[in-house]
Design a protein around this ligand. Structure first.
Ligand code: KG4
Ligand code: ZN
Length: 363
């Protein structure tokens, strides 16, 4: 019998401010994974401007696809299927990626796969490791903060989510408040390195409470108040004080994540017994303090620990291509009328959270 042909997937990611293309094979070879960051285009506005993001995706996606193919040493006809993030995210950007993927798939006569961005993060550890289902996932990014039981492709149970801000948003807003620039998370982490995490006493919302939902808006407000004290006194905080504020804020975020994850581990253990695996994913999973605290928690709670490499934590096309391959292996493909969706919960069964996002439920 002829060996089953290896599949080559091209994945497109345009859900926020990164334009990304990945080319990945079904035997887990990453042939190309270029990312174009739009940080500079949004910096002067202090946050991602959806219209600018969408236009930037239009300007950069074609060249990024060409660059990815060149790096992989492939022509378009060598690609077996095209996957694109179809949600959740900023609708303008999502439409750019989805329409481009559909057009390529139609022109090449190849399957199209619409991928949930959260699923891209959730399955990404399997691209670089042999981890099997099920596992407990802490998904922490700029738009999301969830604890999920990952039981298989398209089989997710949400154990907890944020009732207000996503954790990456908390990092980004904190960094902005401290005048650290963008990208907020990495800048705040760097500034915190030389700071004293115990210097300022900041709240740890929901810590010690049952369940495993998250809340970060009270912590952010506490930082606003602390910074305001400096402003009112007329004194500009020194670099040392900024570092101490960053370290104290980061420590509070990490404590919240550990407490809620510990509760999720207890809930997960009841259902899954002894073979316990924990995975951390999403952009904030690049944070060294959070990684080491989670590793320590796993040791304490008897879970194996896996954190993807940093380049796979932040948004990229390879994770979308890989999620596409996982779906393709199950015989799934999508039709060309599949719409881009600004909101698309991974666990359709769980009731939506009533949060405080400006536009209603955030994550
Ligand atoms: O997963 P991602 O690239 O995009 C979304 O799906 O949102 O995550 C981006 C988020 C941003 O909020 C960024 O500030 C945060 O991840 N981030 C970090 C670090 N690196 C990225 N937060 C804390 N520490 C980091 N080292
Ligand atoms: Zn993401």
């Amino acid at each position: 019998m002829a060996a089953k042909k290896e599949q080559i997937m091209l994945g497109i990611e345009t859900s926020c401010d990164d334009t990304a293309v990945g080319i990945v094979t079904s035997d887990k070879r990453i042939l190309a994974n270029p990312v174009y960051n739009q940080f500079k285009e949004h910096e002067i506005y202090g946050g991602v401007v959806p219209e600018i993001a969408a236009r930037s995706h239009v300007e950069h996606l074609d060249n990024l696809i060409k660059a990815a193919l060149k790096e992989a040493g492939l022509a378009l006809r060598d690609i077996d299927a095209i996957a694109a993030t179809a949600g959740p995210g900023l609708i303008g950007g999502l439409m750019v990626g989805v329409v481009s993927a559909k057009t390529l798939a139609l022109a090449l006569g190849k399957p199209f796969l619409a991928i949930n961005h959260l699923e891209g993060h959730a399955l990404s550890p399997r691209l670089v490791s042999d981890i099997e289902f099920p596992y407990l996932l802490l998904l922490i990014s700029g738009g999301h903060c969830q604890l999920l039981s990952v039981e298989g492709v398209e089989k997710y149970t949400r154990l907890g989510t944020t009732i207000d801000d996503a954790v990456g948003e908390a990092f980004d807003k904190g960094a902005k408040l401290l005048g650290l620039g963008v990208p907020g998370g990495p800048k705040l982490e760097k500034t915190a390195r030389s700071g004293n995490p115990e210097r300022y006493s900041l709240p740890r919302p929901l810590v010690g409470k049952p369940g495993c939902d998250f809340s970060f808006s009270g912590l952010k407000t506490a930082l606003v108040r602390t910074v305001d004290k400096f402003v009112r006194s007329g004194a500009k905080p020194t670099n040392e004080q900024i570092s101490n504020l960053a370290a104290s804020y980061q420590a509070a975020i990490a404590d919240c994540l550990v407490d809620r994850t510990a509760n999720a581990m207890k809930m997960y253990r009841i259902k899954h017994g002894r073979d316990l695996h924990f995975v951390i994913a999403g952009g904030v999973a690049a944070n060294a303090l959070i990684r080491s605290n989670m590793e320590a928690l796993c040791e304490l709670e008897g879970f194996s620990y896996f954190a993807p490499p940093l380049w796979l934590c932040t948004d990229n096309g390879a994770m979308i291509a890989w999620a596409g391959l996982e779906h393709l292996a199950k015989g799934h493909t999508d039709t060309f009328d599949f719409p881009a969706r600004a909101r698309w919960p991974l666990d359709q069964q769980s009731a939506p959270k009533i949060g405080h996002g400006k536009r209603g439920v955030k994550v």
